[in-house]
Every structure is written in structure tokens, then in C-alpha cells.
Design a protein around this ligand. Structure first.
Ligand SMILES: Cc1cc2nc3c(=O)[nH]c(=O)nc-3n(C[C@H](O)[C@H](O)[C@H](O)COP(=O)(O)O)c2cc1C
Length: 198
């Protein structure tokens, strides 16, 4: 049974945003390339500084065993516990340079924009994404021959939801925990930093 954990919002927001969450339990069901493509299409249309489009994705599908093991070995030990269940693993990277070889100040930000769109588009196909900052950056760089002018931002697992009981106990419990957030007044200011916008 899929676990639904819609955000308990103070104001009405669009369903895609409230329904997105980050499961660790993925079903043993492959995700065909044709279903992945609209997710990349959504990422493609993200806004970016000077339309620099710095996002770069590396993808490994479970049916390609060698590629999958290589990707999994680039996640840290804790994240491997759930990432091994995902039918697709990936890494999102950010190219550092803009037109004229100027260094971008916003390549991580732009890449996050693309990833947010990717994540929301996934829900349209009943796919969920769990991102992982806990990856072995130098391993990723070496295994995929990533050049020095590309930052490695984040790993992720992607797939259809599975049953929480496939996870180790601590993670299975977390799977069912309520999603929580800081209140709006903690992060929206006016006049001066920390002066709450009420
Ligand atoms: C950049 C980034 C890095 C993350 N790194 C990890 C990670 O290494 N391991 C993990 O289990 N979850 C990781 N997460 C998932 C977050 O813990 C999760 O998004 C957060 O707790 C909010 O939960 P929700 O996405 O279900 O709303 C990461 C999420 C993001 C966006």
C-alpha cells in the first residue's frame, strides 16, 4: 500500500507540492526509459541564471547490474541501506561555467531548480525520489570521470513506492513519521534580517 504523507499546510497549495515526500522503500519494479524522459524534460525547462542550464544527470538502472553496483557504491553506508532498493539511482551535478567561461555564482541554485521540477514531474507518474547528500564525492568523480569544472551536488534514488517493512527497523519507522516544517515567520523577513514578515 502506498504511504501518503501530504503536507499539513496552513494555506492551500497545489497538490503536487503537498503530496511530494521522500520515501526510502521502493518497489521491485523497473522504471522504463520512456517514463524517465518526461522527468528530464521537466528538469530541462527549469529557470537558470542567463539560461546557463548547468544541471547534469548521471543515471543507473537496476537492470544494468554493473552500472547499478557502481552507482550504489558511491552512496555512503547509511544511504546504501535504502538506495539498494531503488530501481534507478542517479547523481545530479552542476557545471560551474557560464557563457564566456564566466564562473557561475548560482550553479547549485539553478540545479536545485531543475531537481525540484524533476521531483514534482515524477509524481505525475507515481514515481518518488529520495535525494542523498550522503554520497562519496571523490568516488563519484573518479567512477564517472567527472571533470573539475563540474560540481557533484547530490545523489538520489527513484522508483515506485514499496512496503516500509523491506527497510531496516529504524528506517521503516521513519517512513511512517509525520513530515514537519518550520513556520513561515521563521524564514520570511522584512526591513531587516530576522524581522518577521507578518
Ligand atoms: C539536498 C538533499 C540532501 C539529502 N540528503 C539525504 C541523505 O543523505 N540521506 C537521507 O536519508 N535523506 C536525505 N535527504 C532527504 C531529506 O532528509 C528529506 O527531504 C527531508 O527530511 C524532508 O522530508 P520530505 O522530503 O519527505 O518532505 C536529502 C534531501 C535533500 C534535498
Amino acid at each position: 500500500m502506498p504511504i501518503n504523507k501530504p503536507a499539513k499546510t496552513d494555506y492551500k497549495i497545489i497538490d503536487l507540492i503537498s503530496n511530494r515526500w521522500s520515501p526510502r522503500a521502493f518497489a521491485e519494479k523497473d522504471v522504463p526509459k520512456d517514463i524517465l524522459r518526461p522527468l528530464f524534460e521537466a528538469a530541462r525547462w527549469a529557470a537558470s541564471c542567463n539560461n546557463s542550464q548547468p544541471w547534469r544527470y548521471i543515471i543507473a538502472q537496476k537492470e544494468n547490474t554493473d552500472q547499478f553496483s557502481k552507482a550504489l557504491s558511491c552512496f555512503n553506508e547509511n544511504n546504501q541501506k535504502w538506495a539498494k532498493n531503488a530501481p534507478v539511482l542517479g547523481f545530479v551535478c552542476a557545471y560551474q561555467l557560464m557563457a564566456g567561461d564566466r564562473k557561475s555564482r548560482t550553479n547549485f541554485y539553478d540545479t536545485g531548480m531543475a531537481m525540484a521540477q524533476f521531483t514534482l514531474q515524477a509524481l505525475e507518474h507515481d514515481l518518488y525520489i529520495h535525494q542523498a547528500g550522503g554520497i562519496l564525492i571523490e568516488e563519484v568523480r573518479k567512477e564517472y570521470s567527472i571533470p573539475d569544472d563540474v560540481d557533484i551536488v547530490c545523489g538520489f534514488g527513484l522508483g515506485y513506492q514499496g512496503e516500509a517493512d523491506i527497510l531496516p527497523e529504524v528506517l521503516a519507522e521513519r517512513e511512517l513519521q509525520e513530515r514537519i516544517r518550520n513556520p513561515i515567520e521563521d524564514f520570511v523577513f522584512t526591513e531587516t534580517y530576522n524581522n518577521k514578515f507578518k
